[in-house]
Design a protein around this ligand. Structure first.
Ligand SMILES: [Zn+2]
Length: 465
């Protein structure tokens, strides 16, 4: 449930990256190349940075098929070239052996509350109110900025291990979230959260956006929590801020039947229709969940070019329902995937999200033909790039955000349909994760991981003591 999840999630701080910001603002697939990023000054997980990098003899996916023997040349955070027998002319860059590995564009987790990784497994399998009153609210009342810092770093470790290079977050202490994310080297869209229970947060959004706009990795956004936790005045203000600063709006929408029934009774409109009346339904909107939609809602979302972020696992775990993805896609709505927070999922894996989304939709529509591996792969890649206006993909000029997957695993054998394997049988094997041309994980090793795990455990023990 979004409110519940949000209450648990309410600790935020933020930012955005220059490349991401430039891409978002201009909507230009090939924005001006920025200056090389500065080295991070933090000890933990300091990414290795070379202005040039060459990945040799790696496989890629081309038209759904495995294409081996490719080289990927990366220069100053962008893919400079891709093809066989490429050379690093300068001869002083980093060389990565791609043999036996598959390169994929880094995945984008379209909806998280990253600091909630600290609450993973703390309270599961409970009815809503006891879960909130006995477990979540007492714990959340004690959450500090330092907890968020280590919760975010823990979440970043997990994202890196799942080949996720960018995430879209909503939580308390957005500045802290942004700083911790930068230290970890990931790309993120981070919302300054707005909701009426904490009216002072509305005034914090614009300063937050100003602080982070133009950052190399962090893109600020506005995050009105939901239509039912924000007044009309607050929602209009959020829209005004988003338009003034040309940033995205991130909101939970039509997550539960109760939410939709409440709007129909009180306003005579669905939440989707209500947002449309307020001028919030447009291409800068990332509407999360969208489980309870009428066919008219689906076509309205399509007409306004709004983006939908589906979180199947969270919706199933909280018994919220199943989003009508086939109807949305037939209406030509841009749908991408997110995991939601770790207290309602309980991990951040988009591979798991892809598989469960596909098999859930097959059951919802009573046919195994309802949702193919190729369709769900497209949701996790191309649709996400479109929603966040990122120049991604394994092609010259794209952001050097990618993951290398070790194909020498039993779940990839025999090498028949690689997209099917990634969606249905992938059970690990992300070997290397690269963001903005920097190696964040190499051969399964993330510098500083042990310290982060230790600190996160300490923060959890402090919270529950
Ligand atoms: Zn959420």
């Amino acid at each position: 449930m979004s409110f519940v999840i949000f209450v648990v999630k309410t600790s935020l701080d933020t930012g955005y990256s220059l490349q991401a910001a430039a891409t978002w603002q201009s909507d230009d697939p090939n924005p001006v190349r920025p200056s090389p990023p500065a080295r991070p000054d933090k000890l933990f997980c300091s990414p290795r940075y070379f202005s040039l990098m060459l990945i040799k003899d790696v496989s890629i996916i081309q038209s759904g098929q495995l294409l081996p023997g490719q080289d990927i040349l990366i220069e100053e955070g962008r893919i400079a070239n891709i093809g066989p027998d490429l050379k690093d002319e300068s001869d002083d860059g980093e060389l990565i052996d791609g043999r036996g590995k598959l390169a994929i564009p880094g995945l984008i987790n379209g909806h998280t509350h990253l600091a909630m990784t600290l609450l993973r497994g703390y309270a599961d399998d409970m009815e809503l109110m006891p879960w909130l009153q006995e477990k979540i609210w007492p714990l959340e009342a004690k959450i500090t900025e330092e907890d968020v810092r280590w919760g975010v770093k823990l979440g970043c470790l997990e994202l890196i291990r799942f080949g996720i290079t960018c995430y879209n977050d909503m939580y308390y202490f957005p500045d802290t979230t942004a700083r911790a994310t930068k230290e970890m080297g990931l790309r993120a869209f981070i919302s300054g959260v707005v909701f009426d229970m904490k009216p002072e947060m509305l005034g914090q959004v614009e300063p937050f956006i100003r602080r982070w706009k133009g950052d190399e990795l962090i893109t600020p956004a506005v995050g009105p929590h939901a239509a039912y936790t924000c007044s009309e005045e607050t929602l209009l203000r959020a829209r005004e801020i988003a338009e003034r600063h040309d940033v995205m709006v991130h909101i939970h929408l039509s997550e539960t039947r109760e939410e939709v029934d409440g709007f129909l009774l009180s306003k005579g409109k669905s939440p989707v229709e209500y947002l449309d009346c307020l001028g919030l339904l447009n291409s800068r909107l990332a509407a999360v969940h969208c489980v309870w939609l009428s066919p008219e809602d689906c076509y309205l979302l399509a007409k306004r070019k709004a983006n939908v972020v589906n979180c199947t696992v969270s919706n199933l775990k909280l018994t919220s329902g199943i989003a009508p993805l086939n109807t949305l896609m037939k209406a030509d709505v841009n749908v991408c995937l997110g995991t939601d927070g770790a207290s309602s999922n309980n991990n951040l894996s988009l591979f798991e999200e892809m598989k469960i989304t596909a098999i859930t939709q097959k059951n919802a529509y009573h046919t195994p033909a309802a949702f193919s591996a190729e369709q769900v792969w497209r949701l996790a890649t191309q649709n996400a790039w479109r929603a966040f206006r990122l120049n991604m993909g394994l092609q010259p000029g794209a952001l050097a955000d990618l993951a290398l997957i070790d194909l020498q695993k039993p779940w990839f054998c025999p090498l028949t349909n690689i997209v099917s394997h990634l969606v249905y049988s992938m059970a690990g094997g992300v070997d290397t994760t690269i963001v903005n041309g920097k190696v964040l994980m190499s051969e399964g090793v993330i510098p500083g991981e042990a310290e982060i795990l230790e600190k996160a455990q300490e923060r959890f023990l402090r919270l529950t003591s």
